[in-house]
Design a protein around this ligand. Sequence first.
Ligand SMILES: *[C@@H]1O[C@H](CO)[C@@H](O)[C@H](O)[C@H]1NC(C)=O
Ligand SMILES: *[C@@H]1O[C@H](CO)[C@@H](O)[C@H](O)[C@H]1NC(C)=O
Length: 391
Amino acid sequence: METGSALAALWLLSTCACSFSPKETNPLLYEEQLLWVSGVQGAVNTYRIPLLTFTQKGSLLAFSEARKSSSRDLGAKFIAMRRSTDKGATWSPTSFIVNDGEKLDGLNLGSVVVDEELGLVIVVYVLCFNHNHCFPSSTMMIESWDDGLSWSSPRNLSVQLGVKSFAPGPGFGIQKRYNPAKGRLVVCGHGTLAGNGVFCILSDDHGSNWYNGAALKSIPYNQQKRAQDFSPDECQPVELTDGSIVINVRNQNSYHCRCRIVVRSFDGGLTLPVDNLFFDYELVDPAVAAGALLKDGVLYFTNPSNENKNFLPAPSLSGVNLTLRWSLTDGKSWEKKAVQLWAGPSGYSSITSLDSGSADDRKYIFVIYEKGHIDYDETISLAKIHLYGGR
Ligand SMILES: *[C@@H]1O[C@H](CO)[C@@H](O)[C@H](O)[C@H]1NC(C)=O
Ligand SMILES: *[C@@H]1O[C@H](CO)[C@@H](O)[C@H](O)[C@H]1NC(C)=O
């Protein structure tokens, strides 16, 4: 009898679809809902810049900039947040977790990073990024110790980092899961159009102390740019299983191509040598903030996949065709079969997934993105993607 049930258990184990091989990846849209709609909810004019993260407890947290009186990057804003404890099926009402008051050059998001060792969620954002009627720019941080239910008051990281215009993300930061520098928090972002580049800030003590790490500077640095100058901009870091960090970067002035810049750090975000930089011609891009995520050996990437140029400065975005791609080779090549999530106007995107190890969590990723009919900033949408659905 005992042997029989042990055998039955073994049989169940070997036939349950608990693990999938990367080759079986075949994403299909599972469900989608609008988390924010611009212009109709209360006092907010426009929602933009979506961020998304998992938490240690298996919740999903979505954030956006709630722009109070216009769609512009400047102006006063809230940080809006919604929370899902049922894998994206339902979401809490919006809470406004930061309010910058009446500022002419208010807050800009941002990067969300989970400290998986402590179960802590951190959001890093910037105040006065453009020095428009204000000085200096400040890098700010809030944190939640209770799964996103409550948030600390803002802390000014520029006291430790020095004052410099640094716009984190938009997207997520990482906590290193592998050596070198296992446990380190790595938040990457960009500078102003003149002082542009990819810059990473690092913390080796769970966000108590921060210091400046890698800098990949634009050329000519701290000078007015021309078309086709080298100007790495908004970026998304991803840790590979060899412990290196691959950063997928907006190519602001379309230097060399209308495609993504990819650069890699082998020392936990301390340096980004140009030796480790390439242009990914397959990832054509109108110069936006794109999404990237590594899950179970597959690298995912989302952006409005087209070469419509471009706009200086943001946000007169002309993106359409929000597309999900995947790579079985850590981004060295991309599978030919991409999935279009939205044919129309679309802009910034970010990806996350739950990672409990359960069979169910292995099947899905979540994509948050700017989506509209006439313009990309009409709504912020959350798409749940079944990774093995499209047979
Ligand atoms: C943040 O700290 C910097 C450096 O001390 C300071 O110059 C800046 O005014 C502070 N910002 C805010 C919003 O308090
Ligand atoms: C959208 O992206 C797909 C995948 O790259 C491509 O085949 C298609 O031509 C694109 N459509 C437009 C309108 O750019």
